[in-house]
Design a protein around this ligand. Structure first.
Ligand SMILES: [Zn+2]
Length: 249
């Protein structure tokens, strides 16, 4: 019986690689194999043109990123990666449990995004609870990681990391200020105007939360008038709908 053999074989070692040679999974490693090849431990072939990264691949990438970009962090390996699902976040941190949680969404995203997300979270983790926000210390740590990406000639990643960092830098042109009461209420009004009339308060808050990367229950707790703003916007929409169209009169 003939077997299809990959040009390269990939294995996931548990030992750290020798030297400083990066052994990150790259997109080209995922393209070469087909379903009939020896199983590539980094991916599951779902069907023609569709693959998923395996949890082992995510774990491997995490270890390599920690080794290359965060040498000296968590030498006792107390931190762990925990898969999960969130409709808001791709990843998050639980400092008490020393856990980096990632959404299984990442198993279907490009490697570049996976790398960027892992580095983003590891910057938080290394700084500890005090460095949890996206303040200056965190942004400096992201820059340091971008410089490592420069050094290993991973230009695309260096750029991605700097773009992510700039979203949180008030001096940057790409700064996205955090949501406040006014922007939250405006988002609610817009959502009520633009979405089908049967959308409930919960529907609207779910999507406002998604748009602003903040869970709906936290928004409702933080900004006290969400429901009031929603009800008023609903009434206005109903009122507009009931005004007779002059052109038909
Ligand atoms: Zn963050």
């Amino acid at each position: 019986m003939e077997e299809t053999v990959c040009r390269k074989e990939y294995s996931i070692g548990t030992k750290p690689r020798g030297g400083d040679r990066p052994a990150l999974i790259r997109d080209d490693m995922l393209k070469e194999c087909t379903a009939s090849c020896n199983p590539n431990p980094f991916k599951i072939v779902v069907g023609p043109g569709f693959i998923l990264l395996t949890p082992e691949a995510i774990e491997h990438q995490y270890r390599e990123i920690r080794r290359i970009f965060f040498a000296g962090f968590d030498t006792y390996e107390e931190w762990k990666l925990v898969p999960g699902y969130s409709h808001i976040y791709l990843a998050g941190i639980n400092y008490n449990a020393k856990a980096i949680m990632y959404s299984v969404d990442l198993c279907g995203r490009p490697i570049l995004i996976l790398n960027e997300v892992l580095i983003h979270e590891l910057c938080h983790a290394e700084l500890g609870p005090g460095g949890g926000d996206h303040g200056k210390r965190w942004r400096n740590r992201m820059e340091k990681a971008a410089q490592v990406a420069d050094a290993i000639r991973y230009v695309e990643l260096a750029q991605e990391l700097r773009e992510d960092r700039d979203l949180y830098d008030p001096d940057s042109d790409f700064y996205e200020p955090p949501m406040n009461a006014a922007t939250c209420y405006e988002a609610i009004r817009r959502m009520v105007r633009e979405q089908p009339p049967d959308w409930s308060f919960e529907d609207v808050m779910y999507w406002v939360g998604r748009d602003f990367y903040e869970p709906d229950d936290q928004l409702i707790k933080k900004f006290k008038k969400c429901r009031q703003v929603f009800e008023k916007a609903k009434m206005q929409v109903r009122h507009v709908a009931s005004v007779p169209d002059e052109r038909q009169g």
